[in-house]
Design a protein around this ligand. Sequence first.
Ligand code: ADP
Ligand code: MG
Length: 404
Amino acid sequence: MCYYCSMGQKISTIVISEDKHTQELIKLYLEEFGEFNFLAATDDFSKAYEAVKELSKSLIIIDISDYPDPGLNFMAKISQEFENCKILALSDRPNVDLIVKVMRTGVKNFLSLPLIKNDFFTILSDILSEFCGQQKKKTKCRILTVFSNKGGIGKTSIASNLAVELAKITKENVALIDLNFQLGDITTVLDLKPSFNISYMLQNLDKINEDFLLSTLEKYKDTSLYVLADPPYFKQADNISPIQISKLFEILKDTFSYIVVDTSAGFDAKTMKALEFSDLIFLVTTANLPALRSSQRCLELFNKLGFDNSKIQILINRYMENDEIKKEDVEEVLGKKIFWKVPNNYFTMMSAINKGVPVAEINQDSNVARSYKDLALMVSDSVYKQNLIKKFSSPANEVMERIF
Ligand SMILES: Nc1ncnc2c1ncn2[C@@H]1O[C@H](COP(=O)(O)OP(=O)(O)O)[C@@H](O)[C@H]1O
Ligand SMILES: [Mg+2]
């Protein structure tokens, strides 16, 4: 009996893996978990397809370690044709590229092999609650800050496009905060004329709760993105204290699943507070010497401040394959793997800025639009991916392939 909805029937589960040990282990775990019924293990996609056709509700657990491409095609086909078949993908060689490809097939569940029982059970519970039509619980809020101590490097472009994509993908409440009070330009980039102002809010924190937030803040178009920026004529930056910033985050965390923070170029007290609160910091750099030197200094400072190394991720903006400084050089200089590269695309970026829209509205198939979307996929939900992010950030981890 299902503990969510008293559904009597167990969910038929098909395991696709060539590895007998993985098959056996999954079977054992499924028996222990209880709500899923191990139907068969196979390495034949067409058999699995025929079986799914006959089932009203099913789960496919597919190991794509050895042959990722056929597995990915199969997953895309199943998730398109059968709404009532959920998929969990597994691989013993997880890397950013592969996870993004999995997400693109429409499959949200991914685990790395060897299987960790706790993670597996958590994902089974999530899948079960989806089957029972349980309302998805709000994801634990994650604060993502886009930072660099250089201006004009792409922070605002990244923060705004990432926030828009996160809202589109997750449909959960996303807040985009412009901490660049003096020169904030999120309002320009997204062509907003907010009536709301963040300075007022910061001075009246004790009066603010979820109802206030959701009724006062304006949604960005028909997405679940809320922008917290000052109207251009209202600048009161100077008397905002770091304590107010901390309180702001505490309040927002209850209402929003993701908070994306755009910062000014430098280490002012407000930015430092945001960095401290962040779960993930994207340190934006470009493949040239001055930018790399600045990033080096930032990393040194973060280190001195005792920031957890895994929460800082390097993002190269305006990347070009034929750059004189290669990604390996950047990794060597910074002593850290590159987490993400956003390609250079002057034309698309410029038309987006001139029209005041996210780049996806100019051309969703452009390399920059795809890059922002994939980045959003990478940082959206699932603690499993979070754990992977941590693994990627450790140069000592030889098991991981180079990400790009
Ligand atoms: N990937 C990119 N390719 C081409 N131009 C870019 C890219 N990212 C940002 N830009 C351009 O660089 C300029 C500065 O970007 P912006 O996001 O405002 O930087 P910051 O917020 O760090 O000052 C803008 O004109 C923007 O269009
Ligand atoms: Mg900016």
